[in-house]
Each structure stands twice: as structure tokens, then as C-alpha cells.
Design a protein around this ligand. Structure first.
Ligand code: GLN
Length: 539
């Protein structure tokens, strides 16, 4: 008999933005440290087929996988916290599920039946969940987006309610995450919203096995016992996840302290291997005890919205961890650099990073920022759009190409140093139509890039339409820019650097997606190292 993969479902209640993604990822971390093979998955009830067409302001960053899937940012947590391979099948939305069912209906696959939410949509959802299981997978952790009671989430809750009937209740575990708010006026923690949330879950036929409650303050035994009684749970199945003081990376250790890993193994009838959290505990120790500080400016368009550049901030932190350094990020609205002197905004920084982006708003401000970093020998790291603005800046101010620009921002520019190449010119559809996913890149021998990666051939993830215009290659090279990363055909420029500058590097791809807290990305690590040097020279 083949082994039955176990399924854990993580649902949320009371409020959104509870950190369900982080908690699910942390469950992955602690189960992997019990020797289990884990797969992570997110189900998003919204209608968009994928988040690729959503504004970062609405939905935070779009996280890109090797296979080119544009996914929810929670998959970034999964990749940072676990070793679960992630593919297109790790993220399903209502839009994708419905598209599949509608296509089957058009193809006549339902043999004349009336096609309905139950069972056709729910069957498709169950297939998406079970599809991640297999003989080499011990546990699939599926996170349900949204909050219990949302109208659009109902088919998903119904599907996971049915699953135990198909594969056995002993192979399924329901974990529900809620908030116990503290009311200042009453000086009390309130458990009622949690009770109501579980009631709602039970109304649709799901009795949670474990409840994880988020709180700002200590819950106390009395409150925990009350929650257990009213939610029909064993007392030990109420786990507290108190807000962490230093870092999100403390969450897994906190859950282990509460015995969550042991409880999950027991409830899923899995053998109890030893727990080995040493590497993680060591990471948390380093995070809590930094020796240096470094100031990094990030100049972007959605600066007030932290999630818009989620993986960038995480990757900066990871690089800091490896240098025992606290990375202090100064988030700067690009447009502010259009009306104020760059010096007044950027004085005192040790490094500048311009992340990816779309549309012309704030572009001139980003160009000002890059110019300031280049001229003042401040380490500069450009990512995607950050490489494109560095090329425009260098073209205008060093190579002598007046009004150089990207055709994304000025279609009539006399010097289209960044432009659309043939493959993208004919594209009209917006969804999943960019240059996406892992692409190979060859690094120039002797370059900063090659020394950082300690390799000549690398693979990194992309998400963009515009490219360095090959007609300008020679002029930039003569002007002192090294085009140090190229596609294997030699046609596309993937990385640039300025050998005359202490640390000036920019890439067309997104290295931030592959950084992990205990394996920082080499580019971020080297950038923070350069910034640290500058900091030490400065103060
Ligand atoms: N807007 C630019 C392009 O499409 C850059 C994209 C990005 O930074 N992700 O090429």
C-alpha cells in the first residue's frame, strides 16, 4: 500500500493580516526539523487568475517562482522558511479553479451534467490539494487565504470539509488562527471574537483540531482554558503565538516551546523523530545580538506599503544576519527626490537600493538618487527597474546621450537605451505575458558579479518586459560600464557594474526571491558588506 500523505489546513478568523502565511511557513519549519518532507500551498479565494495583474499597493509584492508562476507573497515566506519545492501548483485562486472547470465544461467533459459549485468546483479544489501529495511527501500544508465567513471563500472551506471523507479523518488536521485583542479601556484580553470565529467554522462542518491565538500580551491560563472549553478543544490544543519583539524568524522557536510540533505529529499519527532546531536557534541568536548598524536607503514608489517590497526587505535583513549587522532601512518615496535636493534626503546613507517597478511615476527621482550614489561613491544595488534607471542615468550623464530614456516612460526618446525587444512588442494581453521565471545568465570573467557568485553561469528569476537596448552596448562599454551578465546567446544584458566605483552593481533579474535567512543571497551579502565598509569609514 502506498503511503498516504497527511494534510494540514490552516484557516484564519477574526481579522485579516493575522500572519497566517508566516504561521503556516513556521509550521513547515518545525515539521522539517522533525525530519518530515513538507510541501506548502496557498489557496486564494479571489477571482484574479493570479496576482500578477494586481497592484502592489492592493496586494503587496508579486512573488515569482522558477517556473515563472506569479504568486501570492505568502509563497515567499514558504520559500524562506522551508525547503518545500514551489511550483505553479503551490498557489491556486478561485479564478484558476473556475477557469479549469469552465474549460472542461466547454470541452464537454461533464457529459451533459449541470455543472455546480458542489461537486464540480469543490472536486477541482480537492484535486489541487491532493495533487501536491505523493509517495515522497509526508505532509502538505495548505493555507486558505481570507477569513472564515467570507462569501468567496465558501467553496474552499467546503472542499476541505469534504477531504477527510475521501482520505480519512486521521490524515487531516485543521488548524485555525485567530486574534485575541487587548482592549485598553477594559484593560482586558477578549476571547469572544475567537469563540465566534470557531463557531462559524463549526457551522460549516469543520471542528478545528488546534487553535493558534495571536496576542500582544500573555494570554494567561484562565483565558486559554476558557477558549478551549468554548471552542470544543483539548486544553493543550490552544497554542499562543505572542507578537515577537525582534523578528518574524522567532515564530518557529516560539511554536516549538508550546509543543506544537509534537502535538501535530501525535494528532496525525506520525512517528515522533527527534527535533533539531539548532540551526534555527543559532539564527535567532544572531538576529537578536547584532554588532553593527548600517543605513540603507530604498527608493521606490510604494514606500508606505511595506509588503510592496517584501522580499527586498527580507533579503536585506538576511544579509545583515550573516554580518551580525542590523540593517536600518530608510524608505524613500521616489517622487520626493524630484522636488528636493538628493543630498538633503540621502545624506548619511551607507548604501542605496532601487527595486523593481512599473510606470513612469517617480522615475526621475530614482535617476537623481542613482546619480547621487554614483558620484558620491555610495554602494548602489539596482534590481530590475533599478538596473534600467542606472543605465538611463549613466547614458545621460556619462555617455553623453541627452534625454536617454526607456520607451516605457518616453516613447519618443532620442536614445531608447531601454526598450522592448521583438518578443514583447507583439504582446497585447496583460496576464502572465512578461519575461518570467528562471533564466540562465553568463557572468564575465574577472567581474565583480563573477567574484560575488563564485561562478560563471547562474540562474535567476525574471519579471519584466523591457531590456537593455543592444544597439547601445558599445557606447556604454566605451563609457566605462561593464556589461557583466549576459544571456547565453549574448543578446540580453542581465547585469551591469561600474569598475571605477567601490560597489555599483545592478541586475535585470530578482535575486531577492532566492534569499533565505540562513542562506543570504550572495549579491545582498556583498552589498551589505560594502555598505558596512562605507559606514565604518564614515563614522
Ligand atoms: N517596468 C520594467 C519592465 O517591465 C521593470 C520591471 C520590474 O522592475 N520588475 O521591464
Amino acid at each position: 500500500m502506498t503511503k498516504q500523505t497527511k494534510h494540514i489546513f490552516v484557516t484564519g478568523g477574526v481579522v485579516s493580516s493575522l500572519g497566517k502565511g508566516l504561521t503556516s511557513a513556521s509550521i513547515g519549519t518545525i515539521l522539517e526539523r522533525r525530519g518530515l518532507k513538507v510541501r506548502m500551498q496557498k489557496l486564494d479565494p479571489y477571482i484574479n487568475v493570479d496576482p500578477g495583474t494586481m497592484s502592489p499597493f492592493q496586494h503587496g509584492e508579486v512573488y515569482v517562482l522558477d517556473d515563472g508562476a506569479e504568486t501570492d507573497l505568502d509563497l515567499g515566506h514558504y520559500e524562506r522558511f522551508t525547503n518545500s519545492p514551489l511550483t505553479r501548483d503551490s498557489n491556486y485562486t478561485s479564478g484558476r479553479i473556475y477557469s479549469k472547470v469552465i474549460q472542461k465544461e466547454r470541452d464537454g467533459k461533464y457529459l451533459g451534467k449541470t455543472v455546480q459549485v458542489v461537486p464540480h468546483i469543490t472536486d477541482e479544489i480537492k484535486a489541487a490539494v491532493r495533487g501536491l501529495g505523493g509517495p515522497d511527501v509526508d505532509v502538505v500544508i495548505t493555507e486558505l487565504g481570507g477569513t472564515v465567513g467570507d462569501i468567496e471563500g465558501l467553496p474552499f472551506f467546503e472542499a476541505i470539509r469534504q477531504l477527510p471523507l475521501d482520505i480519512g479523518r486521521e490524515n487531516c488536521l485543521f488548524i485555525h488562527l485567530t486574534l485575541v485583542p487587548y482592549l485598553k479601556a477594559a484593560k482586558e484580553l477578549k476571547t469572544k471574537p475567537t469563540q465566534h470565529s470557531v463557531q462559524q467554522l463549526r457551522q460549516i462542518g469543520i471542528q478545528p483540531d488546534i487553535l493558534i491565538v495571536r496576542t500582544e500580551r500573555d494570554l494567561g491560563q484562565e483565558n486559554a482554558d476558557k477558549i478551549a472549553l468554548f471552542c470544543n478543544l483539548e486544553k493543550r490544543a490552544v497554542i499562543v503565538e505572542k507578537d515577537k519583539e525582534f523578528s518574524i524568524y522567532e515564530v518557529p522557536s516560539g511554536l516549538v516551546e508550546y509543543g506544537l510540533d509534537k502535538l501535530i505529529l501525535e494528532k496525525l499519527h506520525l512517528p515522533e523523530g527527534p527535533s533539531d532546531m539548532d540551526d534555527w536557534d543559532d539564527l535567532v541568536h544572531r538576529i537578536k545580538n547584532p554588532v553593527h548598524d548600517v543605513n540603507i536607503a530604498v527608493v521606490g514608489k510604494y514606500i508606505e506599503h511595506r509588503d510592496a517590497y517584501k522580499s527586498i526587505y527580507e533579503a536585506l535583513d538576511h544579509a545583515g544576519f550573516s554580518h551580525s549587522t542590523r540593517v536600518i532601512v530608510k524608505r524613500i518615496e521616489a517622487e520626493s527626490l524630484e522636488s528636493q535636493e538628493a543630498a538633503s534626503i540621502l545624506a548619511g546613507i551607507d548604501g542605496l537600493l532601487v527595486p523593481g517597478g512599473f510606470g513612469h511615476r517617480g522615475i526621475e527621482g530614482k535617476i537623481q538618487a542613482v546619480r547621487y550614489a554614483r558620484e558620491h561613491k555610495i554602494p548602489y544595488f539596482g534590481i530590475c527597474l533599478g538596473m534600467q534607471v542606472a543605465v538611463i542615468e549613466y547614458g545621460r550623464h556619462v555617455v553623453g546621450l541627452d534625454d536617454a530614456n526607456s520607451t516605457e516612460f518616453d516613447a519618443a526618446t532620442p536614445h531608447p537605451v531601454i526598450c522592448l525587444l521583438e518578443e514583447q512588442r507583439t504582446v497585447e494581453k496583460k496576464g502572465a505575458s512578461m519575461r518570467l521565471g528562471a533564466q540562465p545568465c553568463v557572468l564575465t570573467e574577472g567581474s565583480l558579479m563573477a567574484s560575488i557568485y563564485e561562478a560563471r553561469e547562474i540562474s535567476e528569476r525574471h519579471r519584466h518586459r523591457y531590456e537593455f537596448n543592444p544597439d547601445y552596448r558599445e557606447r556604454f562599454e566605451k563609457g566605462g560600464m561593464l556589461l557583466s551578465g549576459n544571456s547565453p546567446s549574448g543578446k540580453l544584458v542581465e547585469a551591469i557594474e561600474l569598475p571605477a566605483h567601490p560597489w555599483f552593481a545592478a541586475v535585470q533579474f530578482h535575486p531577492e526571491f532566492k534569499s533565505k535567512p540562513n542562506q543570504p543571497h550572495p549579491l545582498f551579502k556583498s552589498f551589505i558588506n560594502a555598505a558596512l565598509k562605507r559606514h565604518q569609514e564614515r563614522v
